[in-house]
Design a protein around this ligand. Structure first.
Ligand code: PLP
Ligand code: COI
Length: 364
């Protein structure tokens, strides 16, 4: 068996790719995740054989047996990362090695085979190269890359599967939230993850479990749901698809610690690093919902923002609970700390900052 690191990709160019005119039209104002590029990457895994048949191929439907394990027991994990158009018309991917690492740890938690990190990064590179014309250049615009893996064993027994498919697809995207501050709903009915569960893994099941709470948030006129911890129902954890930061009047920032029930966000970690470099005091400490509401009312809490690959840095203007709404600052979401962190993150992602952390991975 040859080593997975040496696996060569077979390149099957799309015979009938999207025309340049159609592509420009599709990329003008894409709804998040609705516009597909021309290609996808696929690598298969078979127990005893390892990773094999790496291909870049025309994007298209998959054929699955109805008893494929993923359809019954949700053995599935995914990642999200972005490629940016640089000023010199090159392409930079932000921290793909960090996504590769988290993908491995998600795989471990879900009893799935671990894709070597170098192969993950090469697979992402291959897709971005094949679909290079789909990397947009506008402000807030990027190519959102979605690597994922699922169990495709045709077998109804409950056990870790012995066959898997790893794929990478991509979509040109703009800002995740439309302009203005985000309003969040604190779910007191549903929790996202319990100690010992899968909260720190990026598995589809976590998102399935969050959808009803997210629908509840929408029903209350909010953009996102905030989850509290599953034991005390007091500590703020994260949102359906992003981490959360609080900014205080003394200029310090705070984000919930990684206790195993929240996703260790790569944006979160990047912002903690950037903040410390800017001389901002950054704390990874628990914060209760009662304290949040009290601090927002007293003015001690000046800014709150959501962060994640899709969301980038998105200001939160108000928090709603079943008892009503409390504004953060003047409710517009505008705040100097959020703005400064956002600006530095964007500069780092687009290769416009001193890259002493080696976060930028140039593809072209
Ligand atoms: N938390 C959840 C539940 C997420 O889905 C995401 C998005 O990936 C994040 C946090 C932020 O993680 P990252 O910054 O790595 O995108
Ligand atoms: C991401 O930011 O990559 C996510 O997976 C979150 C989702 C809201 C798109």
């Amino acid at each position: 068996m040859s080593s997975a690191e040496d696996l060569q990709f077979k390149i099957l160019q799309h015979p009938n790719p999207t025309s340049p005119e159609k592509r420009v039209e599709l990329m003008a104002n894409p709804t998040f995740g609705r516009v597909a590029t021309d290609h996808m990457v696929m690598i298969r895994y078979t127990e005893g054989k390892g990773w094999h048949d790496a291909q870049v191929m025309p994007r298209g439907p998959l054929s699955l047996d109805p008893s494929a394990a993923v359809l019954h027991y949700a053995q599935e994990i995914f990642e999200g990362l972005k490629a940016f158009r640089t000023k010199d018309d090159g392409i930079a991917i932000f921290r793909p090695d960090a996504n590769a690492r988290r993908f491995r740890s998600s795989a471990e938690r879900m009893a799935m085979p671990q894709l070597p990190e170098s192969l993950f990064v090469r697979a992402v590179d291959e897709l971005v190269k094949a679909d290079r014309d789909w990397v947009p250049s506008g402000e807030n615009a990027s190519l959102y890359i979605r690597p994922f893996m699922f169990a495709n064993d045709a077998f109804l027994g409950v056990k870790p599967a012995s066959e898997y498919m790893f794929l990478v697809i991509a979509a040109p995207v703009g800002a995740y939230f439309s302009a203005g501050a985000v309003t969040v709903w604190v779910s007191e009915t549903y929790t996202r993850a319990a100690p010992g569960g899968t909260g720190a893994a990026k598995c589809g099941g976590n998102y399935a479990a969050s959808l009803l709470a997210q629908a509840e948030a929408k029903h209350h006129g909010c953009d996102q749901v905030v989850f509290l911890d599953a034991v005390h129902h007091r500590f703020v954890e994260e949102m359906g698809g992003m981490n959360i930061f609080f900014v205080f009047e003394d200029g310090s920032i705070r984000t919930p610690p990684l206790t195993g029930t929240i996703l260790p966000g790569i944006t979160r970690e990047s912002l903690l690093t950037i903040a410390k470099e800017k001389g901002i005091k950054a704390h990874e400490e628990p914060y209760t919902i009662d304290q949040w509401l009290e601090d927002a009312r007293s003015g001690r809490l000046t800014e709150v923002f959501a962060c994640g690959t899709a969301a980038a840095v998105s200001p939160i203007g108000a928090v709603r609970t079943k008892d009503g709404e409390v504004k953060i600052g003047d409710g517009t979401g505008a705040g100097p700390v959020t703005a400064s962190l956002k600006e530095s993150l964007i500069a780092a992602q687009r290769g416009q900052a001193n890259d002493h952390h080696h976060w930028v991975h140039r593809v072209l």
